[in-house]
Each structure stands twice: as structure tokens, then as C-alpha cells.
Unconditional design. Structure first.
Length: 306
């Protein structure tokens, strides 16, 4: 058995409509940083190859996590579900923020209208909004409800993605003049994010029993699978004996592995960003210190000689 994907159709694995939507987004991006920029922002710096690669990577990862095979696998095992969540909300947002050039951010959010909503970009608000919504999602009753009610599922994921972008904005700050955090405050913000995410991961990792009916109750599982397969998903129960058919681990091990993966990816992402921010701060501090040192000129040398 190869993860169970062989039992599903090409359309169920690859979500062609979502693929074409993401392809359209990529085409729009290249139009905006190419022909549109030449007409409306010719003086702006040229978008780098690195930024274009970051955008394509973000789009590809988001498609795989939310519409490709990883999305389907995330409905079969909790481990893949948490992998999808980590990619969607911890890896894709910073890539996306870094890939979009400053002139596009200013064109989109530079209007005076957005100033009325600046309160929602307060670092404390964005910190709490993302972590509360993300942690609340992993409360068993909430998780199973979201996974089995498709409209709520879509809306919750949209809100989660938006709040993740708002949270990462404080760290990445693609428009420097709009940044609210610098240096030590930014490092404290990153540390606080890791701290606030820990209880949800701990709940999953250290639970002594399975928490989510979506991955343990065949009736709940088959209802959740309606998000991935066309028509009435009840045929899945006739063909398989529930999610356990696809899982190579015991249910509790699958749950714990998912929690470990989420925490591990979070630690790697936040750790790497924290190290980068610290390095930049350290360089600036030492550059300022060097500027304050006396500069021995000709007079200084003459005085020393005499």
C-alpha cells in the first residue's frame, strides 16, 4: 500500500480546479511585477529572481498542502494533516511576504482607508489572534466540527491564513516604513509565538488517548472525506474499514507524530528567523560601536610622534 493514494482518482488527488486557480495567481504575480510595474511603478527596484522563486515556491507548497495530494492525505492520517497545517501557516506566509515587492504592498494597502484598520495590525493583536485561532482549532470538539462542516471549514482556513499573514508581517516586515517591531522587540515577538503555540502541541503529543473523532470514528471520518471526494462519500465505508485502513501507525502514535511534526517545523522556522534577526541586530550594534570609536587622523599620528 502506497499511503492510500492509489485508491483515489486523479481529480481527488490533485484538485484540478484549485491547481488552475493557483496557476492563475502565479500568472497574475508575474504580470504585476513585469508589464504592470513598467507602466505604473517603473522607478521601483526590479523584482529579483530570488523573490520570484520564493513566490513560486509559496504557491506550489500551498497548492500541495491545500489542494494537492497532501490535502487528501491529511484527511486520511493526522500526521499528514499536521504537516499540511505547518506548511500552510508556518512556511508559506513568510515566503509569500518576502516574494511580493514593496511597491505592490503600497499599491494594495497604501490608501488612506487602510489606516482605519491599523488597530488590527497591532503586534499584540496579531500575536494573539493567530495563536488563539490556531490553538482553538486543535481543541477536539472544534477540530471535528470544522472538519465535518464544509463551509465552516473553508471560512476557518481563510481566517487562519489571514491571521498567519498578519502575524508573520510583524516578523518579516516587507515594507520597512510600516514595521512596528525592530531588533530586540522582534526577537521577543518570535519567542512569544513559540511559547503560545506550545500548549496546543503539548496537548496533542502528551495525550494518553486519541482526541479526534475525524481520525478514529469511521462515521465522522467518512463525513470529513466528503470534502475530498465527489458525491456521497459513504461508499468509502463499504470499501474500507475507516481511517485505520490507511494508517501505518497506531492511532495514538499517528496523533503524537503529528504533534511532533508541527512543533518541530515551528521550532525550525522560528529558530531560523530568530537567528537571522539576532545576526542583523548584532551587526548594526557593532557597526554603531565602530562609528563611535575615535578616528586617528594625521594630527593623531603627529601627536604620537612628538
Amino acid at each position: 500500500m502506497m499511503l492510500g493514494l492509489e485508491y483515489f482518482s486523479f481529480e481527488e488527488q490533485w484538485s484540478p480546479l484549485f491547481f488552475f486557480f493557483m496557476a492563475a495567481v502565479v500568472i497574475l504575480y508575474f504580470y504585476l511585477v513585469g508589464p504592470w510595474k513598467e507602466k505604473h511603478a517603473a522607478a521601483a527596484p526590479t523584482v529579483t529572481g530570488k523573490q520570484k522563486f520564493q513566490f513560486i515556491s509559496a504557491a506550489a507548497l500551498f497548492y500541495l498542502a491545500q489542494g494537492g495530494p497532501l490535502d487528501l492525505l491529511g484527511h486520511l492520517t493526522f500526521t499528514f494533516h499536521m504537516s499540511s497545517m505547518a506548511i500552510s501557516y508556518l512556511i508559506v506566509p513568510p515566503l509569500l511576504l518576502l516574494s511580493i515587492p514593496e511597491f505592490l504592498w503600497k499599491a494594495a494597502f497604501g490608501h488612506s482607508f487602510w489606516r482605519k484598520l491599523r488597530v488590527f495590525m497591532n503586534p499584540i493583536f496579531t500575536l494573539l489572534a493567530f495563536n488563539i485561532i490556531f490553538s482553538l482549532y486543535h481543541v477536539p470538539l472544534v477540530h471535528d466540527y470544522v472538519m465535518t462542516h464544509y463551509t465552516i471549514h473553508r471560512l476557518y482556513y481563510v481566517v487562519l491564513f489571514v491571521t498567519s499573514m498578519m502575524m508573520w508581517w510583524q516578523i518579516v516586515a516587507p515594507v520597512q516604513e510600516w514595521a512596528r517591531l525592530v531588533d530586540v522587540k522582534k526577537m521577543a515577538y518570535i519567542f512569544a509565538n513559540g511559547l503560545l503555540l506550545t500548549p496546543a502541541c503539548a496537548l496533542i503529543i502528551f495525550a494518553d488517548s486519541t482526541l479526534y473523532a475525524t481520525y478514529n470514528d469511521p462515521q465522522v471520518w467518512v463525513k470529513a472525506m466528503g470534502y475530498c471526494v465527489a458525491g456521497d462519500p459513504s461508499y468509502l465505508l463499504e470499501k474500507f474499514n475507516g481511517p485505520s485502513f490507511f494508517n501505518i501507525m497506531k492511532p495514538l502514535e499517528d496523533q503524537q507524530t503529528g504533534g511532533v511534526i508541527m512543533k518541530l517545523i515551528q521550532e525550525i522556522m522560528y529558530g531560523a528567523i530568530l537567528a537571522y534577526v539576532f545576526k542583523q541586530w548584532y551587526k548594526r550594534e557593532h557597526a554603531d560601536s565602530d562609528d563611535d570609536l575615535p578616528n586617528p587622523g594625521p594630527a593623531g599620528h603627529a601627536g604620537a610622534s612628538s
